[in-house]
Design a protein around this ligand. Structure first.
Ligand code: RIB
Ligand code: CA
Length: 314
């Protein structure tokens, strides 16, 4: 079976970086048409540099990397250096990557690719500014979107950036509103899922034992990423948010999902970016999302460790 064509839209971010590594580890399963970057955890000039660094480390400098929106569609930008560090990928040594930054704007790449290529899966793991802008400007691209697998939102878990909103959705709620209502199949990996896949010390140690540059970078980043969430939640590890999207492509059977309505708050400042997940179908709103609510966490880490182990030792 031919690899599934995908575009990863991200804001590296340690967890975005691991999602990139997981996708790059499995070329027989996913064909990365391009990596588009967006302002999010840190400003755009860092997220694009960080994405290119991951291509270098994974030995995939041929993957085209694009810079996109440096701010949300309507609101002012918010960032998360207090979690990810000033570089966005604290926990590993930063270097000037060889992988080039493409001239073309990420939104233009997304539009051109979707006009020319059928059955593309979009994997957004940051604020939805690039995807929302592309759909807003050229809705005709949607005919070639086979699925959108998003890291974002929260239901029972509550918010992580505000009491009621998850960071990616809060960072650009207007873009999220466009994407969630675009009419194409959407699978949403919210905090309810990502908080089930905690990068415990044992799991990180197993990755570090793989002893290749990708695993070393992953272990270093997760060890840094670990410190904030374990203190905040009193948990044994940090939620590994973004790789849940790629893991879903590789092993959908690891996840339980339910079709329901998810609506984004774009008016109230108090609950801006809140995802109202109608899990029990108490309204007659359309079921626009497959909401992920359970995951085989051990299977997830076995998959991640096995796939990261595929990279060469040096
Ligand atoms: O709320 C978690 C999400 O926000 C993750 O994608 C993380 O990388 C940040 O972008
Ligand atoms: Ca992210």
């Amino acid at each position: 079976m031919a690899p599934r064509p995908i575009i990863i839209d991200c804001d590296p971010g340690q967890d975005d970086a691991v999602a990139l590594f997981l996708a790059m580890s499995s070329p027989e399963d996913v064909g990365i048409l391009g990596i588009t970057t967006v302002a999010g955890n840190v400003p755009l000039e860092l997220t694009q540099r960080n994405a290119r660094m991951m291509c270098d480390i994974a030995g995939r400098p041929e993957i085209p990397v694009f810079a996109g929106c440096e701010k949300p569609m309507v609101r002012d930008a918010i960032t998360a250096e207090y979690i990810h560090g000033d570089t966005g990928i604290d926990g590993m040594d930063v270097f000037e990557p060889q992988t080039p930054l493409q001239e073309r704007h990420a939104v233009d790449f997304i539009v051109a690719t979707l006009l020319a290529t059928e059955n593309v899966t979009l994997i957004p793991t940051g604020p939805l500014s690039n995807i929302g802008t592309a759909i807003d400007r050229h809705p005709e691209i949607l005919k070639n979107v086979s699925e959108i697998v998003i890291m974002g939102g929260a239901m029972r878990e509550g918010g992580n950036r505000s009491p009621s909103a998850e960071f990616n959705i809060l960072a650009d709620p207007h873009a999220a509103n466009i994407v969630l209502n675009c009419g194409r199949p959407i699978t949403l990996m919210g905090l309810d899922i990502t908080h089930q896949v905690l990068s415990t010390r044992d799991r990180v140690a197993r990755i570090r034992e793989l002893d290749n540059p990708v695993a070393a970078a992953t272990a270093g980043m997760l060890s840094f990423f670990h410190r904030y969430d374990t203190k905040k939640y009193g948990s044994q590890g940090t939620p590994l948010h973004d790789p849940c999207t790629v893991a879903y492509l590789l092993k959908p059977e690891f996840f339980k999902t339910k079709a329901c309505n998810v609506t984004v708050e774009t008016e109230s400042e108090l609950t801006m970016g809140h995802t109202a997940v109608d899990f029990w179908h108490v309204t007659d709103r359309p079921h626009n999302v497959s909401w992920a609510y359970e995951v085989d966490a051990e299977g997830f880490y076995e998959l991640l460790t096995e796939r990261l182990g595929r990279f060469p030792l040096s």
